[in-house]
Ligand binder design. Sequence first.
Ligand code: CAA
Ligand code: NAD
Length: 294
Amino acid sequence: MAEIKRVGVLGCGLMGSGIAQVAAAAGYETIVREVSDEVVQRGIGGIGKQLGKAVEKGKMAAEDRDAIVGRLKGTTNLEDLRDCDIIIEAVVEDLAVKNEMWKTLDAVCGPDTIFASNTSSLTIADMAAATRRPERMVGLHFFNPVPVMKLVEVVKTIATDPAVFDTAFAFAKSLGKEPIVCKDNSGFVVNLLLVPYMMDSIRALEQGVATIEDIDKGMQLGTGYPMGPFVLSDFVGLDTLDKIGDIMFKEYKEKRYASPPLLKRMVSLGYFGRKSGKGFYDYSGEKPVAMKLV
Ligand code: CAA
Ligand code: NAD
């Protein structure tokens, strides 16, 4: 099996920063690419803060934190990822944006580099088709927050080389994750089932079934979910959830995947959830307060 030493990560937002953190923590030299120096600094600074919290809690030695940070590098230049053994993409959920990056990387990386996408809802084949290495493309779908959530969906397309899949699966394990094998369908396993639930929660709110707080409380206390659907949607990011809904609806033509009108209006107004300070809850005070939306 091919050995992975150097890991590239595209994007240092919510997911990219978590993926870079776990890769560096597992001992890999990790380089993260973002759109500007400012976003690179913010992303890597955020990882440093997360690790700092673990040191404060006595869960990590300061030297280990420093060693992890020492293995992390940031860049704005895609060509700096040319020597990576695997590149994991975690940029905005938009096929055109992702494929533009894959095309550039396909031209600069060696023939053995594995390309992996963390997409929530696009198919891996639709990205593989933009490259001259479809057999070296897989899905590595992590869950938010990446340092905490154990699951990684490892996705093979009809073109993926079985040896590449095995390397990606072993790589996910080496990060301390529990991988599962998935077919290359939009939403893989988890989002195929989770996205309709999140969209239905918004439809229930639109229909006046109950308040935001009571729907959240109902699902948390009634089913043992760690977060209710609105806390979870704000956590995932409403801009991302809306894009996922559009992509899955286009694929399956089933209403249960479609973004409800309320979600669309919230995204138009910049209510992206926790990341923008406002979503189904307002995060500007000491405690989140449910918004008046219906
Ligand atoms: N980043 C890193 N670490 C975090 C974190 C974050 N954002 N949030 C919490 N943690 C860590 C804490 O530091 C804490 O670590 P220690 O035990 O080492 O101290 C641990 O997680 C537990 O945190 P808390 O006690 O503060 O909170 P909690 O027990 O309520 O757990 C949670 C927080 C793990 C996020 C939990 O609420 C949970 O599991 N929520 C559901 C998350 C979920 O469903 N994620 C999947 C989203 S869908 C997706 O990702 C796919 C997609 O394509 C959209
Ligand atoms: P995010 O908004 O936190 O980060 C997206 C990053 O993409 C940003 O850092 C941004 O600088 C970068 N970006 C935006 N436009 C770009 C462009 N034109 N070119 C290059 N980079 C650009 O989003 P996220 O939540 O980290 O999601 C990233 C990917 O991970 C998406 O494909 C999403 O579907 C997937 N995902 C998200 C979650 C989640 O819970 N949020 C979970 C699993 C998978």
